[in-house]
Design a protein around this ligand. Structure first.
Ligand code: GLY
Length: 358
């Protein structure tokens, strides 16, 4: 099975990311080296369990089935999971498997990071968003009354198993939200890795039809490529002291859109796409990029037919952006395009956006 590897400086934290499109039933055998002789605790999404629970046939001491939806990433479920792990008498030598999308991975990862001060965990992402983003890089956490992901830990998995076949049963909405993050990588590609093997921007332009039709081989290549970009960033900056911030391209405005609509009207990917459009407009006005690059970017984005996002009152948006994790010292941090496939982080005074017309 082809393997990418995340090399974190402290070597015991390095781990493989396996990406393939073989039969899902073969996963159990591939997991064997990680689970044999240990108790296995599974956290799995309800939908994935219904569709694949039997085929996966994981020998678990207990299986926690998590309902689908972001609102499940909460303290209550964290307590339920850790209680059940205690009840199953898992020791620090045992292992937790997270099988599902980003909510399952983040919540189960956080439970793993704190259970007995840390127990091994394996990520098996089943959505495009989780494959290209949340399953790799060790961000785990839960949502709070004050905002999303505000309680959590950097805790790297022991391995990530990506099987493209899971993506076949994704509904259009879930698939599109992952595509939002995929498109993001095409605009930050050179900042992730100066020497790239593929031009993702061209890859997306040339293969958008196959991608929209979920052609498995094309998706495998696409996921491999996005994951290699994510790995390059995480290896340079595991704990988001600097470079990792570029992964937030489109997220400052995007998060505000999600929050202002109570996380209901738009998916994360749609909001991020709108955030990227906002960032491109701002970058042109600041003279960072030529208008032509913005047109090219619009063209790639439009190929994936994301739901258009309406415009909001900038006072309200600014209020939310001020409270974002990325805001500090009265400044709002924005990642903006500066060159073809390159971005940089900029700090803006809060007042700037109050008078801004979008
Ligand atoms: N999702 C952004 C990151 O992993 O840093």
């Amino acid at each position: 099975m082809p393997e990418l590897r995340v090399k974190i400086e402290e070597t015991d934290k390095s781990y493989p990311v396996y990406i393939d499109c073989s039969e899902i039933s073969g996963l159990r055998e591939k997991l064997e080296p990680y689970i044999s002789g240990r108790k296995v605790f599974v956290v799995i999404s309800e939908k994935v369990n219904k569709l694949y629970g039997k085929i996966l046939d994981i020998p678990a001491v207990d299986k926690f089935i998590l309902k689908d939806g972001e609102k499940e990433k909460n303290f209550k479920n964290y307590k339920k999971i850790t209680d059940r792990m205690l009840k199953s008498r898992l020791s620090r030598k045992d292992v937790l498997l997270a099988i599902g999308g980003g909510v399952v991975g983040d919540l189960a990862g956080f439970a793993a990071s704190t259970y007995m001060r840390g127990i091994d965990f394996i990520q098996i992402p089943t959505t495009l968003l989780a494959c290209v983003d949340s399953s790799v890089g060790g961000k785990t956490g839960i949502d709070t009354d004050y905002g999303k992901n505000l309680v959590g830990a950097f805790f790297q998995p022991k391995a990530v198993f990506i099987n493209i076949n899971f993506l076949k049963t994704l509904d259009e909405k879930q698939f599109k939200t992952g595509l939002g993050e995929v498109v993001k990588y095409s605009f930050i590609e050179k900042s992730c890795k100066p020497q790239t093997e593929v031009d993702l921007f061209n890859f997306l332009s040339e293969n958008f039809e196959k991608i929209n039709n979920k052609d498995v081989r094309t998706l495998e290549k696409l996921v491999q490529y996005c994951v290699s970009l994510k790995i390059a960033v995480v290896e340079q900056d595991e704990k988001e002291g600097g470079l990792r911030k570029i992964l937030n391209f489109g997220h400052t405005y995007g998060h505000a859109v999600e929050k202002i609509t109570n996380y209901k009207k738009y998916t994360h990917g749609e909001a991020v796409v709108e955030g990227m459009r906002f960032a491109f407009k701002l970058a042109v006005e600041k003279g960072l990029i030529e208008k032509n690059y913005k047109f090219l970017a619009d063209d790639v984005i439009n190929k994936f037919r994301f739901t258009p996002v309406k415009k909001f009152n900038m006072n309200k948006i600014t209020e939310i952006m001020k409270t974002d994790k990325k805001a500090s010292n009265g400044k709002i941090t924005f990642v903006l395009p500066t060159e073809y496939q390159e971005v940089k982080s900029f700090d803006f005074d809060e007042d700037f956006f109050l008078n801004y017309t979008y």
